[in-house]
Design a protein around this ligand. Structure first.
Ligand SMILES: Nc1nc2c(ncn2[C@@H]2O[C@H](COP(=O)(O)OP(=O)(O)OP(=O)(O)O)[C@@H](O)[C@H]2O)c(=O)[nH]1
Ligand SMILES: [Mg+2]
Length: 232
């Protein structure tokens, strides 16, 4: 696998209390692939920020809670020459070497948004739970009915052209963020593709969303509401 794309890219990693794993996640990012690596923290009470800094990442914190708020803050701080952004989890579920697969279609001028699809890729047993698959299936069905476009996943590992990202005017402060990006991209008729990515169980640390049924239900409701709200 090649380790550099023909585009100047930044990596944004939203992270909340990921002390046991953020170091290994950052260490596995191929050298030279990203011009900027930003860990988007908000309110970690452990050593996430300190470890991320010691690994050479820029750490940004926002007092506003939420996955989306952290990502928004990171976007505001992108340096002027960045042409594309990759979003990735902090927990080593994804393989950062595969970021090149997400970036290349953008570099080649073939896509504006590239979703890393876990359901098309290699999923470690137990990494995608039944309720996650169900939520994904429901949200992608809604998008298929509303926009006649078939996504296979809402995977958080994804790349987007910077100009497209700015045009989307992202607003969702919490877990509606990923699906907001997909719905708005369809509404704006951006060139959207999917590539298969591999997906593993988190390497260590605590789950914030899918491991807890109440949090999953809340995230699921936010996601479905976000699809509907941005569709009209
Ligand atoms: N900054 C920030 N990051 C968050 C927040 N909630 C989750 N994250 C990060 O978003 C990513 C996804 O959260 P996870 O806890 O891994 O959720 P999940 O992938 O459904 O659950 P696992 O299967 O355990 O990985 C991780 O990198 C988290 O650290 C938040 O409120 N703020
Ligand atoms: Mg995770």
């Amino acid at each position: 696998m090649e380790s550099s794309a023909d585009i100047r890219a930044a990596l944004i990693i939203p992270a909340l209390n990921e002390e046991p794993v953020i170091g290994r996640t950052l260490a596995s990012v191929p050298a030279g692939l990203f011009a900027q690596i930003i860990v988007a923290d908000n309110g970690s009470t452990d050593r996430t920020a300190e470890i991320a800094r010691s690994c050479g990442a820029i750490v940004l914190s926002t007092p506003e809670p939420g996955y989306g708020s952290a990502c928004l803050r990171a976007i505001e701080s992108l340096s002027g020459d960045i042409e594309a952004v990759v979003f990735m989890q902090a927990d080593s579920s994804e393989d950062p070497r595969e970021a090149i697969l997400l970036l290349q279609p953008i570099a080649d001028g073939q896509a504006d948004l590239v979703i890393g699809s876990r359901t098309l890729g290699n999923v470690e047993p137990g990494a995608l739970l039944a309720h996650q698959r169900f939520g994904n299936a429901l949200a992608t069905l809604m998008m298929r009915l509303l926009f006649r476009h078939s996504f296979s996943d809402l995977g958080p590992f994804r790349a987007i052209r910077r100009s497209a990202l700015m045009a989307l005017d992202m607003r969702e402060p919490r877990y509606g963020w990923t699906v907001e990006m997909q719905v708005k991209a369809l509404r704006r008729k951006l060139r959207v593709i999917e590539v298969p990515v591999s997906y593993k169980r988190r390497a260590a640390g605590e789950n914030k969303i899918s491991g807890n049924l109440v949090n999953s239900a809340k995230a699921g409701a936010t996601i479905l509401y976000t699809v509907l709200r941005n569709a009209v």
